[in-house]
Each structure stands twice: as C-alpha cells, then as structure tokens.
Design a protein around this ligand. Structure first.
Ligand code: CA
Length: 224
C-alpha cells in the first residue's frame, strides 16, 4: 500500500483527508509541523502533500531540502493562490499545486497522476526494452523473455548503447568511438563485427533480428 505524508497543521483537513485517502487505498501519516515532517523517514513514503503555512515555519523549507536530496514527489496544498507562490512552488520542484478549498476527488486524481508519472519515469530509468529483449540497468542484466543472457562487459556495453538509441542508426565509427571511450582498450573495426556477431548468437534466434545491420553504415536496434 502506498504511503502518503501529509504535512498539515489544520486538524480538520488532516482528519477528513486521511479518511478519504484511506478509502482510496492509501496509507496516510500526518505531520503537523515542519520539525515533525523532517523527522519522518522519507523512504517510507511515495508522495508528500505539503501545506505552506506551518506553525514552526514555511513549507518551502521542506521543499528545498527535498529537492536537494532528489527526494519525493510533492503536491503543495495551500490556501495561497497567488501566481507568484504557484510559480515559486513549481520552480522549486513541486510536482503539482492545489489550492484550498479543494475537492477531495480532484486532489485524488492529481495524486494518482503524479504517482503515475513518477512510476513511468522510474521504470524508464531502470529498464530498456526492445522486442523481446529486456535490459536492467541497475542489475546490468539482460533477458530475452524468461531467459537471462550471459554477456561479457563489452557485449553488454554495446547492447546498452544500441538500446539507448533504439530506432537510430549508429555508424560503425560512432560505436567504435563509444566502445573506445568506455573501455580504454583499443577496439578495432573487426572487434566490433565480432562483438555484434557474438551478441546476436547469445540473444538467440528469436531476438537476434532486433540488431539490424545497416549495410555500409552501421547498426540499429528496433522492435520487431
Ligand atoms: Ca496551515
């Protein structure tokens, strides 16, 4: 269950919103002051709803710290409806800005939209897909369907580069340059040809077609 941190000193809002969001399948923890918000373990949360006017300071301080730490998605929830506050909030990295009084249903769809964007972004950061090939950048592992494909460091780097440029033709020169820059060893034209050949063999019948030869120019990967 996704946990939301509600930084808010208005007890009526805390009570009402907690009930509403729980019904919608979220777990809510509230912090009524900046100090309490800072004391929370942010790793436990998926999103923050942040009031600006708090008893011990301004919500901006939380936003500032959160941004520096490349932190959580934040939706500002405030009575301040000045354009300059809205712009300031968004410039400081807030994902959305909702003014009070608000409709709980509207806030819920904003929350879902922010979480969806965050999810897509994290997914695209971690994994690349092309046809039946899946490459996990965190684990530096490659699969075709259910089968994990054992690759050497050089083969992995080459495949990663091709997949990061999916749909684009990369010239032999560009590939050689990239491999040269990244491994420091001398990589010649023949090594590139051999590495591509091995990569195709390892990917197997089903997936080898993903790496296309562009005759006289270079290579390109694309979905089948
Ligand atoms: Ca307040």
């Amino acid at each position: 269950m996704k946990q939301i941190l509600l930084v808010e000193d208005d007890h009526t809002i805390v009570y009402g919103l907690s009930e509403y969001l729980r019904e919608a399948g979220f777990e809510i923890r509230a912090a009524s002051t900046l100090e309490k918000a800072f004391a929370m373990d942010e790793k436990a949360f998926s999103l923050v709803l942040l009031d600006l006017g708090l008893p011990d300071g301004e919500g901006w301080a939380f936003l500032e710290k959160n941004r520096k730490e490349d932190g959580l998605p934040v939706i500002i929830l405030t009575a301040r409806e000045d354009e300059k506050d809205i712009i300031k909030g968004l410039d400081m990295g807030a994902d959305d800005y909702v003014t009070k009084p608000f409709k709980a249903g509207v806030l819920l769809s904003r929350i879902r939209a922010v979480l969806r964007r965050q999810g897509n972004w994290e997914e695209s950061k971690k994994t690349l897909r092309c046809g039946s090939i899946l490459l996990d950048k965190n684990k530096t592992l490659v699969w075709t369907g259910e089968r994990q494909v054992p690759l050497t460091a050089g083969e992995y780097r080459l495949l990663l580069y091709l997949m990061e440029n999916k749909g684009r033709t990369l010239t032999r020169n560009a590939l050689l340059q990239y491999l040269w820059d990244n491994c420091g060893d001398y990589v010649n034209d023949n090594t590139l040809t051999v590495t591509i050949k091995r990569l195709r063999e390892k990917l197997g019948e089903e997936s080898r077609q993903v790496i296309k030869t562009v005759r006289g120019i270079g290579y390109r990967v694309e979905d089948d």
